[in-house]
Write a protein that binds this ligand. Structure first.
Ligand SMILES: [Zn+2]
Ligand SMILES: [Zn+2]
Length: 269
């Protein structure tokens, strides 16, 4: 009985899913609960598409639905996934604080205003140099912005790498900067998110890779959150059956669910 604490609905620019369809899928899959974490990506470049969150309606409508659909066996929580960029940090802070969210994911979707999802990101230099810059920008982001509970999909940019050997080599060549990121999260008492969407994007493990999860544990990291990053009902809790073995191997027996911005521990099995 796991929770899926990272998913999107049609409040996100890249999802057409009615919120109720995500809830129904989570119930059918036998989850104990779920958290909506629709995208807040302020100043997302228009050339890449429309990404504005309907801030006025998001919290009230999702909260109303969460209350209606929760029962003694199943809980729906209301969260948000902040796409951090240094120049919008203060604005994100205000929006997050305006409503009592259960859970806030801090993610890096843009690096110097370029989106790794698109080829144009990769046409600007060597893959490894751009990936190093990706990690640096995460560290910059969580230096200026700390109003989040879990660091979303660290090593996410690798999903879109073309060279297979580089795509799954997300730790060793960047060990120093990855360590700095992990130490920063631990110092801030934040969680590390384990995001299974990577497995649907041709990666061998979740984001981040098991060796990074292991390293987080070694450094004293205790809090992990789980999410499939579903944008459709089919992907809710996708590949979650792989998580208990994989995470135990990395030193974890428990994961946490944030309720009212506070972590609550649950056993992995
Ligand atoms: Zn994301
Ligand atoms: Zn997401």
């Amino acid at each position: 009985m796991l929770w899926d604490n990272h998913m999107h609905s049609n409040f996100s620019g890249d999802s057409d899913a009615e919120p109720i369809s995500m809830i129904k899928a989570a119930k059918v899959k036998g989850l104990a609960g779920m958290t909506f974490t629709d995208h807040l990506d302020l100043d997302y470049p228009a050339q890449f598409g429309f990404f504005d969150l309907d801030i006025e309606n998001y919290y009230p409508l999702q909260r109303k639905l969460a209350l209606e659909e929760s029962n003694e066996n199943f809980t729906v929580l209301t969260g948000i996934e902040v796409g951090i960029q240094p120049h919008v940090a203060e604005q994100c802070n205000k929006i997050v604080n305006a409503n009592p969210y259960d859970f806030v994911i801090g993610s890096t979707h843009l690096v110097d205003k370029w989106d790794p999802y698109f080829d144009s990101f990769w046409e600007r230099g060597s893959e490894t140099a751009l990936l190093k810059r990706y990690y640096e920008s995460i560290l910059e982001n969580i230096t200026v912005y700390t109003n989040f509970d879990s660091l979303g999909h660290l090593d996410y940019a690798f999903r879109y790498v073309k060279t297979p050997s580089i795509k799954n080599d997300t730790h060793k060549p960047y060990a120093e900067i990855v360590d700095a990121i992990l130490k920063r999260i631990i110092q801030l008492d934040k969680a590390l998110e384990i995001n299974t969407a990577a497995l649907r994007k041709g990666m061998l493990g979740p984001n981040p890779a098991p060796s990074i999860i292991k390293r987080y544990h070694e450094l004293g990291g205790k809090l992990i959150t789980l999410g499939a990053d579903a944008h459709t009902p089919t992907d809710v809790a996708a590949d979650f059956e792989k998580l208990p073995d994989l995470l135990e191997e990395c030193g974890f027996k428990e994961y946490v669910v944030y309720k009212n911005r506070k972590p609550e521990a649950y056993p992995l099995r």
